[in-house]
Design a binder for this molecule. Sequence first.
Ligand code: NDP
Length: 334
Amino acid sequence: MAGDATETTHAIRVDAFGGPEALNWRAVPLAPPGPGEVRVRHTAIGINFIDTYHRSGLYPLTLPTGLGGEAAGVVEALGADVDGWQIGQRIAYLGRQPTDAYSERRNVPAEWLVPLPDAIDDDTGASVLLKGLTAWFLLHECHVVVPGDAILVHAASGGVGQLLTQWAASLGAQVIGIVSSDEKAALAEQNGCHQVLRADPATQAKQVRALTGGAGVRVVYDSVGKDTFFASLDCLAPRGLMVTYGNASGAVPPVAPLELAQRGSLVLTRPVLFDFIADPEVRRAAVATLFERISDGTLSVRVGQRFALADAADAHRALESRATIGATVLVPDA
Ligand code: NDP
């Protein structure tokens, strides 16, 4: 209730779905944390491509809405019935809705929080939960990658892509990455891609066949969507797995099951991270594994861009024009 608000903070609000110009920076009321909630002051906020889908209405939210599902910060206040968290503690969080991480301060359910180890800085903490857990479920749950698996990774030097490629290479997969620039190709190679192709759906299947002795790959991880869907199917070995997990170029239109039959009994899945971490125990274990892989050096998290929180629209422009590399964070005090 607005009448409960005792303070204000500044946050991004979307009043009508649209382009980056739909992001409005303004003062908003901030109620005291409710039962089971924790007040967090953000130090860094992770940008994810899903934020652009929420902004544009591809994944519609109730308006007006905030944006953003992950951030790092400091616990400022505890609501009733909250145990195990301390004021001043460094944390990161990941949550599905409400989406309000694009803010200076907010209240979040305590169950979303993860304590941040000293070895993980705020930028990394803000940008690694959604992307890192996505890499985890894609490689360990959606398909269990085994040594020798040939896999194709689109947007290999993006926020998710840089983690997916490093992790897959560490599991012994033959990782073929697709990127759009020299700088991104260099990062993909550094991250363990065995071969790196330039984004070009017209030649993709032929090149992938050449790199796999004509066999095709066991799995395609396609986050690009509309522009690459059929080219990706053409890269698969018989009974291969097509994982279409994002829509950076637009949503994939309806597909006839015969398209899968004609290419060799392919399997198609359209997974969503939150369905793989719905169980709190599974989620805790996955976060622990992710943080271990960061601390043992398997995963290096490159934050390639930082924008002031108030300039979130510029960050969206960069992300949607393929100008970003690695992860992107928003900083409240920049
Ligand atoms: P990225 O940092 O990967 O940015 C998107 C990248 O996609 C671009 O840098 C670009 O890489 C590539 N791309 C190809 N075509 C286009 C296009 N037409 N417009 C824009 N970008 C394009 O973003 P994130 O790491 O945040 O997310 C990656 C993908 O993973 C997104 O599709 C997202 O929706 C998906 N995702 C899905 C989840 C799930 O649960 N299903 C969970 C988390 C993320 P390049 O220049 O090299 O082509």
